[in-house]
Design a protein around this ligand. Structure first.
Ligand SMILES: Cc1ncc(C[n+]2csc(CCOP(=O)(O)OP(=O)(O)O)c2C)c(N)n1
Ligand SMILES: [Mg+2]
Length: 351
């Protein structure tokens, strides 16, 4: 499938794939070095994230799972903020109150990740339904995994959207695993896409490691939803190349040859070869891009690490829009006590 995208957009798409990969491997290393507490990698799934986000407009809303940093970055989420969120320092808008990867940003219409699997599906349908009632030209897109299709929220969301023709794109990233549960144990259906039929909507299966194919099917689904044609379920076939999270060891449950076979279908290699065939890319450009993005990520990490922990007062000031007298009293008592504890990790790794 070859959508008509300008050379500029193709190159920006490729740059984003490489940026997400570069960031991903650095973030996992930071966790291994004890500099951040936790990380959820998305290596191997970049084309799903970027290709689908490319098909949305700014006014649309994204309801992500925890493995879509590429969608947020495409929509303008600064990597500084993404990194600071993992550190939970003063530059983190959530000020360390959320797990890494669980960021959100209302200005780019990227809803904060919910940790419970699948809850974003019904929320996305609700947002699209609300937009329809208000006659707003807004589409919502929910990202979720193969594992999430076993949740009740998947049924509730799909059914409601089917009946009420909500303008929601159900973007299932079938990365073959839900932690240690393979997709074959997740469903007895041959495909996830075919589940759409029972809800009265279109279901499409796409190669999730092909940026252009992902873009094309998502764009078609978005156009259809925007035109009043109702929802679509997209099943994007991809692979979680890394561990489920920094707390997981996938070598304990999945075969090496499976991982190697998917490694040969790498979404970044695929896109690079396409650009080379089009005469838009060269080894020199590749080397320059890799070096530039490595520097960008490393320098941004250095900047972020210079930030202090969040001001202790924010523990009190962030509870309500205005501090209640009781909370103010607690804050003053705390500050007067002179007790100021530093998180253990910061002592181990002085800033
Ligand atoms: C309701 C609920 N059940 C279980 C968990 C624990 N859990 C977190 S991620 C995950 C697997 C989800 O797999 P999938 O939907 O395929 O997404 P992936 O992690 O592969 O991207 C599970 C079981 C949870 N967070 N929420
Ligand atoms: Mg999965």
């Amino acid at each position: 499938m070859e959508p008509k995208l300008s050379p500029d957009l193709l190159l920006t798409g490729y740059r984003n794939l490489v940026l997400v990969r570069t960031l991903d491997s650095r973030m996992l290393s930071l966790q291994r070095q004890g500099r951040i507490g936790f990380y959820v990698p998305s290596t191997g799934e970049e084309a799903c994230q970027v290709g689908s986000a490319m098909a949305l407009e700014k006014r649309d809303w994204v309801f992500p799972a925890y493995r879509e940093p590429g969608a947020a970055i495409w929509r303008g989420f600064p990597i500084e903020t993404l990194i600071a969120q993992a550190y939970g320092n003063a530059a983190d808008p959530q000020r360390g109150r959320q797990m890494p990867n669980h960021f959100g940003a209302s200005d780019i219409h990227h809803v904060t990740t919910s940790s419970p699997v699948g809850t974003q599906i019904t929320q996305a349908v609700g947002a699209a339904w609300a937009a329809k009632i208000r006659h707003e030209d807004v589409v919502s897109l929910a990202y979720f995994g193969d594992g999430a299709t076993s949740e009740g929220d998947f049924h509730a969301g799909m059914n409601f959207a089917g009946v009420f023709k909500a303008a929601t794109i159900f973007f299932c990233k079938n990365n073959q695993w839900a932690i240690s549960v393979p997709v074959a144990k997740q469903t007895a259906a041959k495909t996830i896409a075919e589940k759409a039929r029972a809800y009265g909507m279109d279901g499409v299966r796409v190669d999730g490691n092909d940026l252009l194919a992902v873009y094309a099917v998502t764009k078609a689904a978005v156009d259809k939803a925007r035109g009043g044609g109702g929802p679509t379920l997209i099943e994007a076939l991809t692979y979680r190349m890394g561990p489920h999270s920094s707390s997981d060891d996938p070598t304990r449950y999945r075969p090496k040859d499976e991982v190697e076979a998917w490694g040969r279908r790498d979404p970044i290699d695929r896109m690079r070869k396409y650009l080379e065939l089009k005469g838009l890319w060269s080894k020199d450009r590749e080397d320059a891009l890799r070096a530039e993005l490595d520097d960008l990520v490393q320098n941004t990490i250095k900047e972020v690490e210079r930030q202090p922990p969040p001001a202790i007062e924010t523990l009190f000031s962030d509870v309500y829009e205005e501090m209640s007298p009781q909370i103010r009293e607690q804050m003053e008592a705390y500050l007067a006590s002179g007790e100021r504890r530093r998180p253990e990790m910061l002592d181990k790794f002085p800033l």
